[in-house]
Design a protein around this ligand. Structure first.
Ligand code: ATP
Ligand code: MG
Length: 575
């Protein structure tokens, strides 16, 4: 590609609307332009990266035995009503009516459509396993679209769906996708982790999120310093270190009432009473589905709402409002405690080994000291309910837990029979008995992957994308366009490399050397070849990797080969 004839509008300044570096760089380098909130045009330079990501995904999906299809963006409401998600999905689902007044939506995901396809065309165990995938535009009316194509409303996703005759088969399909995903992110040249994710009511550790590691990531990743355990924050399990003293380890002291005027928060109470937060029991009033529940966690611990929902098998868990708290505890917010509460009480495991604890007194400005379980209150149900912290024990090996940040770029999920039951996707097994198909679903955000790659690979001058997903592999900078030898040399290398199938951008603009260097850094093309008057006179050109501080020189006659070697070495380094 010749820069002079290309469409590559760049910005010198960082656009004010972009908060994170990937978004800034995508705008500055002319990869994307915004049309409306969360809706973007992919310009030629950005589209090249998108297409490269897609090509690798396609190759690995095909290699893993998945088969490409392409489903519609517009989906009829009936299917969503059948699955129950027309109600449940909420406002992320963009709904509209056609001219016949029929309800429809723009597909945010395709479980309904693919299950409908399969139930109509798959009737026998002989037709399975089958795994179908597509690379297609999704629409989700995100509440807060931001960070460019990282969290867009309209975005490109690869989604795959597997169909098996039983759980075991579904497990194998899942494993095959997990391996394919690891290969894909490895080939992109990204640092990533596959982390265990919450599966809600489906259960089991049958969901993994693929996280690109980056400081700016929105997701907290929990991992073990000793073994390969990794999970997201919602999911990370806690095995409480066993306290040999067990329940009520200290001698029980008599309950004392203490006035704590105005002290309602954990910080205020610990400061007021000069006790550490570990000695407090935090009592949270929740509405879990329809039921009011008191939830207890240790004062220095934080409740994990996902774990609460899972423990109680509930769809929703929300903090009660001030009125309900007052009705339940008889006191304003901040003074709830377990003694005397009429609702069901559930507690985190760590509460089990607390004794002589401080709790709210269920009256304004009152706390209680020396509260003990069994004597002063009873817990109906214990469970792992708190958010893990750095330094907690790894649930697999007991090692120390560390925290990191990541960006979710892929998600694999064992669905079981959730959609096949709802939509009645059944088949006849080898004995002629009717069974329900077992499903899995597997997504990769194509645009988000490019954005995440940029968060991980840039410097103050611009992007440094890994070569497999960079828009071009090589850029050639002829520094003096009026010097015929310089231009000829650059043209020769350009045509040699193009003939070898290398993606080359020849910066043939009549611009100053400084402009060309700056743009080359911004665009971050992995290999740069500089052709200048002085070098050419000495019979050489400079070859420099974007990620390296210095370049090397290569003789004119061997220049193209030297570049080819550098390109090959960059790919090899990712194997
Ligand atoms: P998130 O929690 O970030 O909203 P999700 O759990 O809703 O993601 P999935 O439904 O699992 O995402 O979709 C599969 C993949 O699609 C995600 O891993 C992500 O890479 C991508 N994706 C999801 N939502 C968006 C979006 N709004 N913009 C760009 N990519 C997205
Ligand atoms: Mg989402």
């Amino acid at each position: 590609m010749r820069y002079s004839g290309y469409f590559l509008p760049t910005y010198k300044e960082t656009p004010a609307e972009a908060e994170i570096v990937s978004h800034q760089l995508m705008l500055r380098s002319g990869m994307i332009r915004k049309l409306a909130s969360g809706i973007y045009t992919y310009l030629p330079f950005g589209l090249r990266s998108i297409r490269k990501v897609e090509a690798i995904v396609r190759e690995e999906m095909n290699r893993a035995g998945a088969i490409e299809v392409l489903m519609p963006a517009v989906q009829p409401a009936e299917l969503w009503q059948e699955s129950g998600r027309w109600e449940y999905y909420g406002r992320e689902l963009l709904r509209f009516k056609d001219r016949h007044n029929r309800d429809a939506c723009l597909g945010p995901t395709h479980e309904e459509v693919i299950t409908d396809l399969i139930r109509n065309d798959v009737h026998s165990y002989k037709q399975m396993p089958v795994n179908l995938y597509q690379i297609q535009t999704k629409f989700r009316d995100e509440i807060r679209p931001r960070f460019g194509i990282m969290r867009a409303r309209e975005f490109i996703m690869k989604d795959a769906y597997s169909f098996d005759v039983d759980e075991e088969g579904a497990g194998l399909s899942y494993e095959r996708m997990r391996e394919a995903y690891s290969r894909i992110f490895q080939r992109f040249g990204l640092k990533f982790r596959a982390v265990e994710a919450d599966t809600g009511t489906i259960g089991g550790s049958y969901s993994h999120e693929f996280m690109v590691l980056a400081e700016t990531g929105e997701d907290q990743i929990v991992n073990c310093g000793q073994c390969d355990y990794a999970a997201n924050l919602e999911k990370a399990e806690i095995v409480e270190k066993q306290d040999p003293a067990g329940e009520n380890p200290e001698d029980m002291k008599p309950v004392e009432e203490i006035a704590t005027p105005g002290a309602g928060t954990i910080e205020e109470v610990t400061a007021f009473l000069s006790v550490p937060a570990e000695r407090l029991i935090k009592t949270l009033i929740y509405v879990v589905d329809e039921e009011t529940v008191a939830v207890l966690v240790r004062g220095d611990h934080e409740l994990n709402e996902t774990k609460l929902r899972n423990l109680l098998g509930a769809q929703s868990a929300e903090l009660a409002d001030a009125a309900l708290i007052e009705e339940t505890t008889g006191s304003p917010v901040g003074f709830a405690g377990p003694p005397g509460i009429k609702t069901r009480i559930v507690a985190d495991t760590a509460v089990k080994s607390m004794s002589n604890a401080v709790t709210g007194g269920n009256r304004e400005d009152l706390h209680l000291k020396n509260v003990n379980m069994k004597r002063d209150f009873n817990v109906d149900l214990f469970g792992d309910l708190r958010v893990i912290r750095p330094g907690d024990a790894c649930p697999r090996c007991g090692g120390d837990i560390h925290f990191g940040k990541g960006i979710e770029v892929g998600h694999i999920f064992k669905l079981g029979t959730k959609y096949s039951s709802a939509l009645n996707a059944v088949f006849l097994d080898e004995n002629g008995a009717e069974k329900t198909i077992v499903m899995g679903c597997y997504g990769i955000g194509i645009g988000r992957t490019v954005a995440a790659a940029l968060e991980q690979n840039h410097d103050e001058n611009g992007m440094i994308l890994p070569i497999p997903i960079a828009p071009f592999e090589v850029t050639i900078l002829p520094l003096q366009m009026h010097d015929a030898t310089v231009v000829e040399t650059a043209e020769k290398i350009y045509s040699d490399l193009s003939d070898q199938g290398v993606d080359v951008l020849l910066d043939d603009r009549d611009e100053r050397a400084g402009v060309k260097f700056n743009d080359a850094d911004l665009l971050g093309i992995p290999v740069r070849v500089t052709v200048g008057s002085r070098g050419v006179k000495n019979g050489e050109v400079e070859i420099k990797l974007r990620k390296a501080a210095d370049g090397t020189t290569a003789p004119l006659d061997g220049a193209s080969n030297a570049v080819l070697n550098q390109v090959a070495a960059l790919y090899d380094s990712l194997k």
